[in-house]
Every structure is written in C-alpha cells, then in structure tokens.
Write a protein that binds this ligand. Structure first.
Ligand code: PHE
Length: 455
C-alpha cells in the first residue's frame, strides 16, 4: 500500500500515547463497573475469566487495533476502508469502522449519566452530607438522586459539555494533558483507600470473594459479560485505540506500550474491587450484588467514617470524574476524526453535533432510573439494553472482525513492517493469538452467551 500521508497531528511523545491510552482505558469501567459486575456475577470465577479474556483475547486485539491505526493513519472508518482496498478483504469488513463509531456514541450516552453521578457526589462530599453516614442512609441519598431526573440531567449535561470542550481543543492540548496529571494521582488515592480497607474493612474476605474459585456459579452469560468487559475496559472494539494509534509517534513500540496500558488498567480495576468489597463486607446494609449503585453506596460509608474522609472523598470523586473524562473524550474522538476527514466539517462543529446526539440518547438512560424504570425490553431497561448491546455484543463482534482482518486478510508483509522489529518472539506469539485464539474465543463466547437469550 502506498504510504498514507499523516492526516492528523501526532502525540508529543511516547509517554503521551501511553498516558492517553491509559486515560482512555482507565475510567468508570474500572472503578464503577468492574466491581459491580463482579458482584452480580458471583465474584471469584468471574474475575478469573475476565483476566483470562484480557490476556488471551483483548490484549492481542488491542495490539491489532493500534497497528491498524498506524497503518491507515486515518479515522477508523477510513482506515478500514483503505486497508480493505489494499488487500483482498471483502467490503463487509467496513462494518468495523461504522459499528465502532456508533458503539462509541452509544456508550458515551450513558457514560455521561454515570459520570454525572460522580459529579453530584463531589457536591455531596463538599457539603458534608456523608459525615458519619451509615449504609442505610447512604443508600437513601443514592436513591433520591436517581429519582430526581432533573438533577440527573443537569449533571449529565455538565459532563457532556466538559467532554465536548476538551475535544474541541484537539489532541495534544486537550486529551494528552488531561491524562498526564490525572493518572498518577488516581493511583495514589486508590492505594490510600486500600489501606483504609485493610484497617477498617474486611480485606481478606474481599480478596477471597474476588479471587476464590467458585466455578459452580459461573454461567455462559457471566462469561459473555466478562469478555464484553475486557473489551470495554481496554477501550477496544470501537476504534478508540485505532484512533490513538494514528496519533502515536512513528518510532514507538506497540507491544510494550500496549502491555503497559493493560497492566495499569487491570491493576486499577482489581484495587478498586478490593477497596469496595472490603467495605461492603463489614456493612450488612450493602449487598455485593447491589448493581450500578455499588460504588455510590459503599464508598460514602468509608469516607464518611474515616479521619479526613470528607476531604479524601471529595478528591476521590474528582478523580473518578477526571478518569471518566479522559475516557469519554476517546469515545467521541473516532467519530469526530471521521467527520473532519470526510465531511469537511470543522472540529468545533463535529464536536458539538456529536455531543448533542449522545446527550439526547443519554436521556433514555436518565429515565431508566426513574420514569422508565418499569419499561423493559427482553428484561432490560433502556440503560441496561444499551450497555448489553454495546459492551457485550458490538465491541466483541468488532474485535472479532479486527482479528480476522489483520490475521487473515491484510498482507503479512504490511503487518510485519509494523511489528516485527519490536520483538520477533512476541510477534510470533501475537500472530498465533490473533489468527486463532482470539477469534475462536470470541465466537464461542458470543454464541454460548447470546444463544440462550434468543432460544
Ligand atoms: N475503557 C473505558 C472505561 O473503562 C470506557 C471506554 C470504552 C472508553 C470504550 C473508550 C472506549 O471506563
């Protein structure tokens, strides 16, 4: 293929890529979603399957996505189209780009709602509402928030505005900078909370809950959720990593960068899980299967009852918001990059238009927690449906197509040019994983996880 001219700007350094990619990966998925889905799916076995999915399915696909971005140097839609043209791949692979862009906007729609909860908790922390609070009252505060749709819309809109403003400023001044400051801080605070969990909570029980081997309780649905979450948490299957790959400096090494992001992301999720469950297990008022409210009920109890807790609590929810922020920008960026390239749109117009579309969809998720709470399709409310379809179906499906495209369709020479020099050993292992292990695992899990729901 002729070498594409680089359409977009580049990250200012290798570290900016790692930080921005980690900023995209580490988000609500790690701190809010991972603990609650682990709780809903019985803990131990789920976590082990999830780690397995990360290592053998998601990381190879992440390498593939970043590499595709580096080869195509355009937004996912156009990168995939160019690569199809220069290989003998069928036109139907174009769906990767389109499905990715749509999945990103759909995820962003509810992501802003949940991030809005975190924003409102900053206010609660500052105003001292959680001082000496018990589990029951923490539950009440949360329920009252969910019931108030105007308040939810206010915070959701604020978060969406924050996202749009950063993307308007473009990749280095906006996305790169946000991630550089935030990631280390978040990590330090989580370690601090882990110490609190050890002193005041039941860390040992949290540990055996998360890492125990209770395989009897594992269902195919849980395996599907674990696989979907592996994609969600690493931001793959929707073009974010492809887009960030485009912005990666030419001389960076893909394998080591991706591995670093994977390790960071997993560590944050596991620590968040340990913190939350060590608190849950000493508070009989909180169920481990409490669902999306788990973090918002358990952490106020911890902060409200520790020395200086309200200050730490405020910092914590600020950091959660920032983590969500550096992820949300990567949910919208692939669509923006596409509009800029193909529709001769300015960054400003693209950002505003797409932010508005995601915001409108988000209202459906807002209402799922109040006026539409009883409206169900196939047992899911609107929020759960969008979450299930995006994370558990669209992301794995598009990851599967990425694996087939790079493993079987694109000329090996082109892929080797990108990756072989990094490390010949890693390259051959990766090649094997992307051709066989990742696709087969995704197919088996998708079929076994979805089939019983349709049958
Ligand atoms: N990885 C992010 C998280 O864990 C969510 C996300 C998914 C971001 C897909 C970008 C793309 O919160």
């Amino acid at each position: 293929m002729k070498k594409n001219k680089n359409f977009h700007a580049s990250w200012s350094s290798r570290w900016t890529f790692i930080l921005a990619a980690a900023g995209s990966a580490v988000g609500l998925g790690n701190i809010w979603k991972f603990p609650y889905i682990a709780g809903e799916n019985g803990g131990g076995a789920f976590v082990i399957v999830y780690i397995f999915c990360i290592v053998i399915v998601a990381l190879p696909i992440m390498v593939a996505e970043v590499t595709l971005g580096r080869m195509g140097k355009k937004s996912p839609v156009n990168t995939i189209r160019d690569l199809i043209q220069s290989s003998d791949a069928q036109k139907s692979f174009n769906i990767i780009g389109w499905m990715g862009v749509s999945a990103g906007l759909l995820i962003l729609s509810y992501y802003a709602v949940i991030a809005g909860w975190a924003l409102s908790y900053i206010e609660h922390m500052i105003s001292g509402n959680f001082h000496n609070i018990n589990a029951e009252n923490a539950g009440l505060v949360f329920d009252n928030l969910l019931k108030d749709k105007n308040e939810l819309i206010f915070w959701q809109s604020l978060f969406m505005l924050m996202t749009v403003i950063v993307v308007i400023f473009g990749i280095n001044k906006g996305l790169g900078l946000a991630a550089q400051i935030l990631m280390p801080l978040l990590f330090i605070l989580l370690i601090g909370l882990l110490i609190f969990g050890y002193q005041q909570g039941d860390l040992a029980k949290a540990f055996s809950f998360l890492f125990g081997f209770n395989f009897e309780s594992l269902s195919w649905k849980a395996v599907l959720v674990a696989l979907g979450h592996a994609f969600f948490t690493l931001s793959i299957g929707m073009g974010a990593m492809m887009t960030y790959g485009v912005y990666m400096p030419e001389d960076s090494r893909v394998f080591s960068n991706v591995l670093m992001v994977g390790i960071l992301d997993t560590l944050v999720a596991l620590i968040a899980g340990l913190v939350i469950f060590s608190i849950v297990f000493v508070n009989p008022g909180i169920e481990s299967s409490a669902g999306p409210g788990l973090m918002f009920v358990s952490l106020p109890v911890a902060f409200g009852n520790m020395l200086g807790g309200l200050i730490f609590g405020t910092i914590f929810f600020v950091l959660v918001t920032l983590a969500a922020w550096s992820s949300s920008i990567s949910l919208i960026e692939p669509a923006i990059a596409y509009l800029i390239e193909s529709r001769k749109c300015t960054r400003l117009v693209a950002s505003l238009a797409l932010g508005f579309i995601a915001w409108i969809f988000g209202l459906g998720s807002v209402f799922s927690f109040n006026i539409w709470a009883e409206e169900k399709i196939a047992g899911f409310n609107f929020f759960e449906l969008i979450d299930f379809i995006t994370a558990n179906i669209m992301l794995p499906l598009s990851g599967l197509l990425v694996a087939i495209l790079i493993g079987w369709k694109i000329k090996s020479k082109m892929v080797e040019d990108q990756l072989l020099a990094d490390s010949p050993k890693l390259f051959s292992t990766w090649k094997w994983a992307i051709k066989f292990i990742s696709p087969i695992a995704v197919i088996v899990v998708l079929v076994m996880g979805i089939y019983p729901r349709l049958a």
